[in-house]
Design a protein around this ligand. Structure first.
Ligand SMILES: [Zn+2]
Length: 327
């Protein structure tokens, strides 16, 4: 079962989240493998998308925000786009676009950052967005301070958290064909005078607080990929933090936990056809007899024949007919 475990270090301004996605992740892969047009992901892309999925759930579970969190990589290599969307209730979906072939051992930069122009974007899209209100988006490159290509997604996202959120964060991510998992350790923002004074003068308190974070982050960074993928949550936390005073919260799992969920609908595809315009829609109909749209995330195929299309354009306000949806 897919699960989210949050915890605090008692008395210290440090918190953590551990995420293990099993059924939610294998459902993403199963739907992709069933897609006859694309087929299953090659292993390096599968693992990248799994790490992104675990990271997006970690980030969604550690922010106070009522809306979708979308983590995207815009690649300049064979992988053009990798995207994960996590709703506030942890319904999630993910997909990636591959043009060309990948080596079995393709690195992050070989997939998405060949010319060092790949980018990573994090978008927070409010649930009930007002007209004219823009979603918040932060973008970071896939290189480090000296323009060196980063080879770990966790490094890219740690950079993002520091730059955009001013939060010291440590991430350990891992994925294979069964599990997508991640550990996040974060230093909580300073409150009160230390924060108001800005970062120029470090008080003794702040230095002390920082040392606690450094110690815990160092422990967390010793977690191996293999351990994260195969050990249960209790064992991982005990092995890493047995000397620390951990306060754990009720895990989020089952109906409250992460699970596969796609937000596509016939209504939305109808909207898309409307924006395409009546002439374009008719020319596709003439060419192929029907309009077929399949969802990249869940694989749902929707067919619109001439009658459906006429109804969409003549009664644009009405709900589109619910016929001919094929899973
Ligand atoms: Zn869908």
């Amino acid at each position: 079962m897919s699960e989210i475990h949050k915890f605090l270090f008692e008395g210290l301004p440090v918190r953590g989240v551990l995420v293990r996605l099993t059924d939610a992740w294998t459902e993403v892969l199963r739907r992709r493998a069933a897609n006859l047009e694309h087929g299953a992901y090659p292993e390096p892309l599968q693992n990248l998308l799994g790490e992104m999925t675990a990271a997006a759930v970690l980030m969604q579970s550690s922010i106070k925000f009522d809306g979708a969190l979308v983590l995207q990589i815009f690649g300049d290599g064979p992988v053009k786009l990798a995207v994960v969307e996590v709703q506030p209730d942890f319904g999630l979906r993910a997909t990636a676009t591959l043009n060309g072939v990948l080596a079995d051992d393709a690195s992050l930069s070989q997939m998405v950052n060949v010319g060092n122009t790949g980018r990573c974007a994090i978008t927070l899209d409010p649930q009930n967005r007002q007209p004219g209100q823009q979603p918040y988006q932060g973008v970071v490159p896939l290189f480090g301070d000296a323009h060196e290509k980063l080879e770990k997604l966790s490094d890219v996202l740690q950079h993002y958290m520091l730059q955009s959120e001013q939060l010291d964060t440590l991430l350990v991510l891992a994925a294979d064909e069964h599990v997508a998992a991640g550990l996040l350790i974060q230093r909580l923002p300073m409150q009160g005078a230390g924060n108001l004074a800005g970062s120029s003068v470090a008080t003794e308190d702040e230095i002390g607080v920082n040392q606690h974070y450094q110690r815990i982050a160092l422990l967390a960074s010793s977690l191996k990929r293999e351990e994260l993928l195969t050990l249960d949550v209790d064992t991982i936390l005990r092995r890493l933090f047995w000397q620390e005073d951990l306060r754990r919260f009720e895990p989020l799992q089952g109906v409250k936990g992460p699970r596969f969920s796609c937000t596509c609908s016939r209504q939305r595809v109808s909207q898309m056809l409307l924006s395409l315009g009546v002439q374009e829609a008719h020319s596709i109909l003439q060419e192929r007899g029907e309009i077929e749209v399949s969802c990249d995330f869940c694989g749902l195929q929707q067919c619109f024949d001439a009658v459906d299309v006429a109804q969409i354009f003549h009664h644009p306000g009405q709900k589109a007919p619910a016929s001919s949806a094929v899973q």
